[in-house]
Design a protein around this ligand. Structure first.
Ligand code: AHM
Ligand code: MG
Length: 343
């Protein structure tokens, strides 16, 4: 008989890895799991109800918000509020941090950064979208939590994960001791351990980036693309190109199969498009924990100084040897883009 281990059982089992843990992080992960099941239910019936389309408001970045973006954001914030372990939520959908103050959360010690629905432009066309989350421990020890508590570097994350609402729904997370993946079994409504101790292959044969932006790419990225497309039997090139346009889905595939995901800076977007706090850092933490590499083209994403909640970062993440190769080409052909502290 095959034994099913649910996310809840797994979290309780792993709590002993943290000798001083009081179970708060476990409860936080449980709350995120609950919210993601509700979002999953709505994503799955998106075509059936009047939930598609835009809600008419704009988020921090001037992008129109989809109804499901707003729904997902509300679900995560309310699950975290009711759960009582979170004092600040930083979300792609909110300009300002959301401070949680309620009777249950007055001793809350955690900050959660989320992109509630990543890749939301794909919802209307039935392509995978996802949720990304990142968890920090609060720094200040008394009084209400402050914005500084939310402005921590990626190296300080205590946990991070994502949920991909795809052909099946998966939750993948790390607490810094490897990466584990759980697939939602809709018949019992539980995430079940399906991908224990996930490892990304050191070499990959898939590159994922929006090649339509080619003319705007840094020279180092252009040269890396040419490298991927050149024929070389020994290194199994040319590589395959796969780009879904949902970062979660692209990175998830590359994590399983090996590959690199790139969203570089461009002439008009010197720090790229994707956000550091709730996209780059959590995905970088997961990729590193799975044995891969996550870089801004020159250095670890996780070492980037976090200056503001919605700051952006170029992203190069995936199989170690692929990221090393693109870093080499960036340093040769685009050295002017290196972060100032490296010059
Ligand atoms: P979003 O958080 O507003 O959905 O934007 C992030 C998404 C990523 O999931 C994806 O990798 C990228 O934007 C795609 O951008 P582009 O259309 O420029 O290739
Ligand atoms: Mg996003």
């Amino acid at each position: 008989m095959s034994v099913v281990k649910t996310l809840g059982q797994f979290i309780i089992e792993k709590q002993k890895d943290f000798p001083y843990a009081k179970g708060e992080l476990s409860r936080l992960l449980r709350d995120i799991g609950i919210a993601s099941k509700i979002v999953n239910r709505e994503v799955n019936k998106a075509g059936l109800v009047d939930i598609l389309g835009e809600v008419g408001t704009y988020n921090t970045h001037g992008e129109s918000q989809k109804k499901l973006d707003v729904f997902a954001n509300d679900q995560f914030i309310s699950a975290l509020t009711i759960g009582g372990e979170c004092c600040i939520v930083v979300s792609e959908e909110n300009d300002e941090p959301v401070y949680i103050s309620s009777d249950v959360s007055k001793n809350a010690r955690y900050i959660v950064a989320i992109d509630p629905l990543d890749g939301s432009s794909n919802i209307d066309v039935n392509v995978s979208v996802g949720t990304i989350f990142s968890i920090y421990r609060r720094l200040s020890t008394e009084g209400p939590a402050k914005i500084e508590d939310a402005l921590q570097n990626g190296t300080e994350q205590v946990a991070a994960g994502y949920v991909v609402y795809g052909s099946s729904t998966m939750l993948v997370y790390t607490t810094g001791k490897g990466v584990n993946g759980f697939t939602l079994d809709p018949s019992i409504g539980e995430f079940c351990l399906s991908h224990p101790d996930m490892k990304i292959p050191k070499d990959g044969f898939i590159y994922s980036l929006n090649e339509g932006n080619y003319v705007h790419f840094p020279q180092g990225v252009k040269n890396y693309l040419k490298y991927c497309q050149a024929e070389d039997i020994e290194t199994k090139r040319p590589y395959s190109s796969r780009y879904i346009g949902s970062m979660i889905a692209d990175v998830h595939r590359n994590l399983l199969k090996g590959g690199i995901f790139i969203y570089p800076s461009t002439a008009s977007a010197p720090r790229g498009k994707l956000r550091l706090v709730y996209e780059g850092n959590p995905m970088a933490f997961i990729i590193e924990q799975a044995g891969g590499k996550a870089s801004n083209g020159f250095q670890r994403i996780l070492d980037t100084e976090v200056e503001s909640l919605h700051q952006r970062s170029p992203i190069f993440m995936g199989s170690e040897n692929m990221v090393l190769k693109v870093e080499e080409l960036m340093s040769i052909h685009s050295p002017e883009l290196a972060p100032k502290e490296m010059m």
